[in-house]
Design a protein around this ligand. Structure first.
Ligand code: SF4
Length: 330
């Protein structure tokens, strides 16, 4: 069976896991690859107008695979952590994919929901495996193998390995190389690692002599510590990670400045944006800028804002160093 994996949204987090699992089960995996202009255009023209940019991009990836595969793998992730939810748009992805491809292509959509016990989720994975093989040992070993691959991928992201390299199993290219300035680029994986929609932001910052710190690179213990200080628990799993990373970056001065990447019109991110901006302002430690992307975002304006932000950080750092020298001299 030829199974397609659309290269948008949660692919940036779980792509390696899904690919490895399906491959080990004996499926012929076809990925839609990186986002391109034509993928974006077809997604924007066919998806619901009110959808956020990543959902439109995802729609484009689904359409790109439509005539190449027998089935599409689009898991329904309801909750990936106890007492939290994913965004409602992610819950509807299998239905959206179905409406895009029609009856011709099957949708494989195991439901993962951590409101239920682990056993329910294992069963969902197992029944996906049963579509490819009747051998239980093969399903279990494929699952274990895929989980290991996933762990190694996530570990590389925490070490600052470039996302594309981490996906391919490499680890040479790093986002952090000990440069003089370090900027936190925080947001959903698809808002940070998609080279096309972010207009190669990470590479451009590297070329400007700036180290990048993503949410993956912020130690989990610091993120959790910050979340505990909030008056109310954040309802969404991935937003917890993002808010924790921004607040930890600010509190412990892990970076010289923070860029929060949001897609328009994202409900969950707009709520935590207000919360994070207020907290960072009250800490008064590092500057924070929010960049909102949509399909109309122009490269010129986008780059001007980044360059202006980096210039400001550089001047701020130079001034602080000059002040320090004066204090030492006195
Ligand atoms: S979290 Fe925001 S950007 Fe992500 S799918 Fe939901 S609405 Fe879109």
């Amino acid at each position: 069976m030829k199974v397609g994996i659309p290269g948008g949204l949660l692919y940036f987090r779980y792509g390696r896991l899904w690919n490895s699992f399906l491959n080990a089960l004996g499926a012929e995996v076809v990925e839609s690859g990186e986002t391109t202009r034509s993928i974006l255009t077809s997604g924007v023209s066919k998806a619901e107008n009110e959808s956020c940019l990543p959902v439109k991009v995802f729609y484009g990836h689904v359409l790109a695979l439509k005539d190449k595969v027998d089935a599409l793998f689009v898991p329904r992730l309801v909750s990936v952590k106890k007492n939290t939810h994913t965004c409602p748009k992610m819950l509807g992805l299998p239905d959206m994919a179905k409406s895009a491809v029609g009856e011709k292509v099957d949708i494989i959509a195991p439901t993962i929901d951590f409101h239920f016990g682990l056993w329910t989720n294992y069963r969902a994975v197992y029944s996906t495996g049963r579509r490819f093989t009747r051998n239980p040992a093969k399903i279990i070993s494929s699952g274990i193998e895929a989980w290991k691959e996933h762990g190694s991928y996530l570990e590389k992201l925490t070490m600052g390995v470039d996302h594309k390299q981490a996906l391919e199993g490499g680890s040479e290219q790093r986002l952090c190389e000990g440069r003089e300035l370090r900027v936190g680029v925080i947001g959903h994986h698809y808002n940070v690692y998609d080279t096309f929609t972010t207009m190669s932001l990470l590479e451009r910052l590297g070329a400007m002599g700036v180290d990048v710190m993503t949410a993956d690179m912020v130690p989990e213990t610091l993120r959790e510590l910050e979340l505990k200080k909030l008056p109310q628990e954040i309802y969404w799993s991935y937003e917890q990670e993002i808010a924790g990373a921004i607040l930890a970056c600010g509190r412990y001065k892990l970076v010289d400045g923070i860029i929060f990447m949001i897609s328009f019109p994202c409900g969950p991110d707009s709520i935590i944006r207000v919360l994070c901006e207020q907290e960072i302002r009250s800490m008064d430690t590092v500057p924070m800028m929010t960049l909102v992307m949509d399909e109309h975002t122009g490269e010129g304006g986008f780059l001007t804002r980044i360059e202006a932000f980096v210039d400001m950080l550089r001047r701020k750092k130079d001034r602080a160093e000059a002040d320090n020298r004066v204090v030492v001299a006195v």
